[in-house]
Design a protein around this ligand. Structure first.
Ligand code: ADP
Length: 441
């Protein structure tokens, strides 16, 4: 039998004994009910004494030993002692875990800030305090936007796409760049991860400067070499055996010139990430010039069409938009045979303005599409080189579109052709009625 069950039987037996003895003694003296009442009162008093001892011990259990009572009371005390021990064990484990967590987050090289659904600071680690200048006394409970007011971060937090971090340059930090990434979790809570990326940004700047400087330095000697090759090529006294190698040298010099020109252009575009303002551009006039350029090529698609579905103007930098569109048109012409066709189209809808260049050329296998805008990425390096491509054209297009708040969409089928579409936001579009009112203002 379980000790608890045994104790309950004992208690019941004791009560029964009390009733029997009380009424027995009462019966002997001729007052059985009074005898029973006395016995039950004594029993109740004994229960109350035990209850008092238990209650006293519960209040002082941190320093007092449990009372030494048997029976049901002893069982209850044993249960309380067990529960108390278990609670103390779990509490100690929890405290240990919290200490370890605090120590590990303090040792993290990155800052961590916990924000509630109202974007208020709930907790932050030491690194976050250092990087974001947060104070434990005043900043807990503050809204993060009130402490970090950089427009890029405020825009990032207000949006819903947290897949990529945002890099900010805090107003008070000299040459300090911070990368901030929001990770949503739980019920609307946010984890804000902060890291110092100043070193990476400095290295990136050094790399950009190096490429820009090297390209500029290479341009002058190359211009001289190209000039001499041009002169030599036109010399009637040139030995016939040298004609072919000289033509190849001129071709390669032209390729190098185009690579250097594109590198310089890319470095210029990368100099700032700021969006350009620009002026209203006439896309009809621009596409007609691009069409002429295509037709001036020695080999070009037979059918070169232009479709202008809107008179709305695109607000942007003329040189950058011309460079991006001409890169797309140039590619379409390069990778489409003389029998193929090429179409440029400009249209405007609720989503903004769109410029598409479609061709019926060689097309691109789907696995290459995600990497097309990387620098020097070529689907078929041999073919690209043969056509004089620098491998930088689409990287330039991507940068120009980024600076205009636009995106590039590529749809292509191997052997059937490709369509490269530049999408511009509505803010970049100036409808003709507005354009006229601007012109007459
Ligand atoms: P490239 O100077 O080599 O043309 P780009 O950056 O302009 O470099 O293009 C990258 C690669 O994308 C090209 O090498 C080519 O393989 C592919 N490509 C670009 N445009 C087209 C097109 N219209 N049709 C087929 N392939 C294309």
């Amino acid at each position: 039998m379980q000790p608890a069950t045994q104790a309950w039987w004992l208690a019941a037996g004791r009560l029964l004994g009390t009733v029997l003895i009380g009424s027995g003694v009462g019966w002997l003296v001729g007052r059985p009910w009074e005898g029973l009442a006395c016995a039950l009162t004594l029993h109740l008093a004994w229960v109350l004494v035990n209850l008092f001892r238990l209650e006293w011990w519960l209040r002082h259990r941190n320093f007092a030993d449990p009372p030494d009572v048997g029976g049901v009371w002893g069982e209850i005390i044993a249960q309380v002692v067990r529960l108390h021990r278990r609670k103390r064990f779990h509490k100690q484990r929890f405290v240990q875990l919290m200490r370890q967590l605090q120590r590990s987050t303090a040792a993290l090289p990155d800052g961590v800030v916990i924000l509630n659904a109202q974007r208020e600071i709930v907790w932050f680690n030491r690194m976050a305090a250092r990087l974001l200048n947060l104070r434990r006394t005043g900043d807990l409970g503050m809204r993060i936007e009130n402490l970090l007011r950089e427009p890029e971060f405020v825009r990032y937090l207000a949006g819903s796409d947290y897949s990529m971090p945002v890099v900010i340059r805090p107003m008070n930090g000299e040459d300090v760049y911070l990368s901030l990434q929001v990770v949503p979790y739980g019920d609307g809570q946010l984890l804000l991860l902060v890291s110092d990326v100043s070193r990476q940004m400095r290295l990136e700047a050094v790399r950009r400067d190096f490429v820009a400087n090297a390209s500029h330095e290479l341009r002058s000697p190359l211009t001289v070499i190209s000039g001499y090759l041009e002169t030599l090529g036109g010399d009637p006294a040139l030995e016939p055996d040298l004609k072919a190698p000289l033509a190849e040298m001129r071709r390669q010099a032209a390729r190098m010139t185009s690579i250097i020109r594109d590198l310089i252009e890319l470095s210029r575009l990368e100099e700032t990430n700021e969006t350009v303002v620009g002026e209203p551009l006439d896309i009809a006039a621009l596409t007609s010039l691009l069409r002429k350029d295509v037709l001036a090529r020695t080999v070009h698609p037979r059918d070169v069409r232009v479709r202008i579905d809107s008179t709305a103007r695109l607000v942007g930098s003329e040189s950058e938009i011309t460079s991006a569109f001409s890169n797309l048109v140039d590619n379409a012409a390069k990778y489409t045979g003389a029998e193929g066709s090429l179409e440029m189209r400009w249209w405007v809808d609720d989503e903004g303005g769109h410029f598409a260049v479609s061709d019926t050329g060689i097309g691109i296998p789907p696995e290459h599409l995600p990497r097309l805008t990387e620098r020097f990425y070529r689907v078929d390096p041999g073919r690209s080189r043969a056509t004089g491509g620098s491998g930088l054209g689409l990287a330039i297009v991507k940068h120009v579109l980024q600076r205009h708040g636009g995106t590039l969409e590529v749809v292509s089928r191997l052997g059937e052709g490709s369509t490269f579409t530049c999408h511009f936001p509505p803010a970049r579009i100036l409808s003709s009625t507005r354009a006229i009112s601007v012109a007459t203002a």
